[in-house]
Ligand binder design. Structure first.
Ligand code: GLA
Length: 732
């Protein structure tokens, strides 16, 4: 009897809890939402999860966000504009009768288990007067502690409404010492970090470039809630908007010293007119949270992105020889065949023919002509691509090709024949970025054209084994002839461009699910989790100076796993040895973009051996966990480590990043991470140049505990500027 009563009590409590409290949990963290007397939903908790569900119920009693005599609250889960709100809104609507206000009342929520460790909570909010329906989606990847949020706004009026602001997510964090790491960049200097304390007021990060936001201001940030985040301590949120166009993040420190975060597509010049009965879905905001510092957060992100996001994220990858740095536009069939021989000799999986292979009326001999005219250039390649593909395959090497199908040079047949396909102001001077313009992907005809560029290549050459998809221009003179013709607002262009791009990529992937495609954008201009669902990897930067790449890789690695980061040995910074350049390229997805014939015999032999070594540990780098051991910004020696899931093998890379004499020698051991303290490991140095002997005692063995507690000295010096160590468990 007593048990029945207890059960009944618990049942009632759960109903009560379910009515007023929405709990969204991952394996370690929870978001708790409460309904107030005006049916407004408010965040009351974000942090590590409670072992007893009922504890969440009383959190709000401890909070005092409702101020006496005032109606506004700072912690609404999707702050509407024009009623009680006085802070930055997440949603701003101009209703069909001209009324600019919106109220959102809780209507219902459902939680679904989507299987495969994923759940989805959908909250429905409705405006009691205008019946606008807002769905808020919270997708949780349980094990990885990754959250994905987006919203959908439905117009239930009889006429169109205007969405003036339409965030993907609106979050609220309690605490009082917030630090933000944001990124900026330009061509050749992508992913430059800047960390600072957030003060009261609003800090905005945004992009208005249209196509490639990563170039000036990447779509990622690190937010720490309790002082500057450390690798292994601190409350950290890594955030990323899965969107390849304009975005906007707002960090508002409010009057309670708490932080409001609003994330979504940029509403700058992008009001959206939404017809009656239509719904508008926002981009997805992805974040992971860790109370164990940045390293755990990035491990979460890597595991999540490989499993759920990056195209074929847990699949195989091809090592490449690319010809861009080696030849630029200046090549012919003979030269390419010679490179195919080199590809075979060195042992890469594929050869990638870069820019310059197309255009006849306007040959693509430099970057000011031919872009858009995708026929093989008869002078350079008289026997077509098919001959090269045959020759590559005969050598056991796959053949890859570069395209940039979204863009056009004014000096091209495409521009001459389809001016209305080009984004440009009809009455104004044209402005160019790298001598080119962007095609109008809001137009379905253009979408079909871009798809056909890809499709025709494969129809004619079904054996193409790899594609590099580039996008070098930003959008100037944003104006669409197509939208004008359709009498649609020009302010739809930025949004519809990205939607159009995704439609094309969707079609590409439907027909060609297996082809590896590299996402490139004049270097690392477009890197985001919206695009990466269609791509197997990305090109982080045209800057392949190994020293710069160490720093860039370090920053990119907070958000993206090594399997997705193409990393090539080139002639940038030739002063550094081929060993240094190859060791650095080995921290990502290794490839070469160099004239191997110009290397000495010894250097070439080294590259061959290093590639062979890479193949022996690539699985650890591609699928294992990454640990940042020593920060290049703070130490003369940078060090990072990859460990496989079983913790039986690991690779540690250490690089000298300072040229000051006093910093040349690594005096201190480096503390390894991620190993099994009880396992015993041996350490072997690989990638030794020529007949060089290692300074490491390769016979010694160490427990994981020793290596993580006391550390290990890789003996980096001006004579040994890069050291690659392979750890393997030994069973006694
Ligand atoms: C961009 C890419 C390079 C190369 C050139 C070709 O700059 O980032 O890797 O493909 O275009 O024009």
């Amino acid at each position: 009897m007593k048990t029945k009563l207890t059960l009944y009590f618990l049942f009632c409590l759960n109903i009560l809890l379910a009515q007023n409290t929405i709990i969204i949990e991952s394996s370690e963290y929870a978001i708790v939402i409460e309904k107030d007397s005006l049916k407004r939903l408010q965040y009351v908790y974000f942090g590590s999860k409670a072992s007893n569900l009922n504890d969440y119920k009383s959190i709000d009693k401890q909070l005092r966000f409702e101020v006496k005599d005032a109606a506004d609250i700072p912690n609404h889960i999707y702050t509407p504009n024009g009623t009680w709100n006085t802070a930055e809104p997440a949603l701003q609507i101009l209703h069909s009768d001209g009324n600019p206000s919106t109220e959102l009342e809780y209507e219902k929520h459902i939680k679904e288990n989507l299987g495969n460790g994923v759940s989805l909570t959908t909250i429905t909010l409705v405006d009691p007067i205008y019946k606008t329906e807002v769905l808020l989606f919270y997708k949780v990847y349980h094990e990885e502690n990754v959250f994905e949020q987006w919203s959908s706004i439905k117009n239930n009026e009889l006429q169109a409404i205007v969405l003036k602001k339409y965030a993907s997510a609106n979050l609220y964090f309690k605490n009082n010492d917030f630090f933000l790491t944001q990124y900026h960049g330009a061509w050749g200097s992508e992913m430059q970090p800047e960390t600072h304390r957030l003060t009261s007021g609003i800090k905005v990060l945004d992009s208005k470039l249209g196509t490639r936001s990563n170039l000036y201001a990447p779509t990622n940030f690190i937010l720490s809630l309790d002082g500057i985040a450390k690798e292994d301590a601190g409350k950290v949120l890594l955030g990323s908007l899965a969107w390849s166009g304009n975005y906007r993040f707002e960090f508002e420190k409010d009057r309670f010293n708490n932080l409001r975060l609003i994330a979504g597509a940029n509403n700058f010049a992008a009001e959206y007119k939404l017809g009656a009965n239509h719904a508008f879905e926002t981009p997805h905001f992805i974040y992971t949270y860790s109370e164990k510092g940045k390293n755990q957060a990035s491990i979460n992100m890597h595991r999540w992105s490989r499993k759920y996001r990056i195209h074929d994220g847990e699949g195989n990858r091809l090592t490449l020889l690319n010809n861009w740095e080696a030849t630029q536009f200046n090549f012919n069939e003979k030269k390419i065949i010679a490179l195919l021989d080199e590809a075979k000799e060195i042992g890469v999986d594929a050869f990638l023919l870069d820019d310059g292979w197309f255009g006849n009326k306007y040959p693509r001999n430099n970057d000011n002509a031919g872009l858009g005219d995708w026929e093989v250039n008869q002078n350079k390649l008289p026997n077509g691509l098919s001959n090269l593909i045959k020759k590559a395959n005969k050598r056991g090497v796959k053949f890859g090709i570069w395209i940039e199908p979204e863009m056009v040079n004014p000096k091209s047949e495409l521009y001459q024949n389809h001016l209305d396909w080009v984004i440009r102001q009809p009455n104004r001077k044209e402005y160019y970025y790298r001598n080119q313009l962007v095609l109008d992907l809001s137009n379905q005809e253009v979408q079909s054209h871009v798809f056909a560029v890809f499709d025709n290549l494969f129809i004619k050459n079904p054996d193409i084994g790899f594609v590099k998809w580039d996008a070098n221009s930003i959008i100037y003179n944003a104006y669409s002839e197509y939208l004008a013709r359709k009498k649609l607002p020009q302010s739809h262009l930025y949004f519809e461009y990205v939607k159009g791009l995704y439609k094309v990529l969707e079609r590409v992937r439907e027909k060609y699910p297996k082809v590896p495609i590299m996402l490139c954008s004049g270097g690392g201009g477009r890197v985001d989790y919206g695009a990466l669902q269609y791509f197997t990897e990305f090109w982080p930067s045209d800057n392949t100076n190994p020293l710069d790449r160490i720093f860039m890789h370090w920053e990119y690695s907070y958000f993206y796993p090594a399997i997705a980061m193409s990393s090539h040995v080139t002639n940038w910074n030739k002063e550094s040895s081929i060993k240094f350049r190859t060791d650095v390229a080995s921290i990502g997805k290794l490839g070469f973009d160099i004239e191997l014939e110009k290397l000495s015999k010894e250097e070439k032999e080294f590259c061959k051996q290093a590639l062979f070594n890479y193949k022996s540990f690539q699985n650890i780098i591609w699928y294992g966990d990454m640990y940042r051991l020593q920060d290049p910004y703070e130490n003369p020696i940078a060090s990072l480590q990859y460990v496989n899931h079983e913790k039986t093998s690991s690779v540690v890379f250490s690089f000298l990043v300072s040229h000051r004499f006093q910093t040349f020698y690594s005096k201190e051991p480096i503390l390894f991470k991620g190993l099994d303290p009880k396992k015993i490991y041996k350490i072997e140095e690989v990638n030794l140049f020529g007949g060089e002997k290692t300074e490491i005692d390769q016979k010694a063995t160490y427990t994981g505990e020793y290596l993580m507690k006391f550390g290990f000295n890789p003996i980096v010096s001006d004579k040994r500027k890069s050291v690659v160590l392979k750890l393997s468990e030994i069973t006694l």
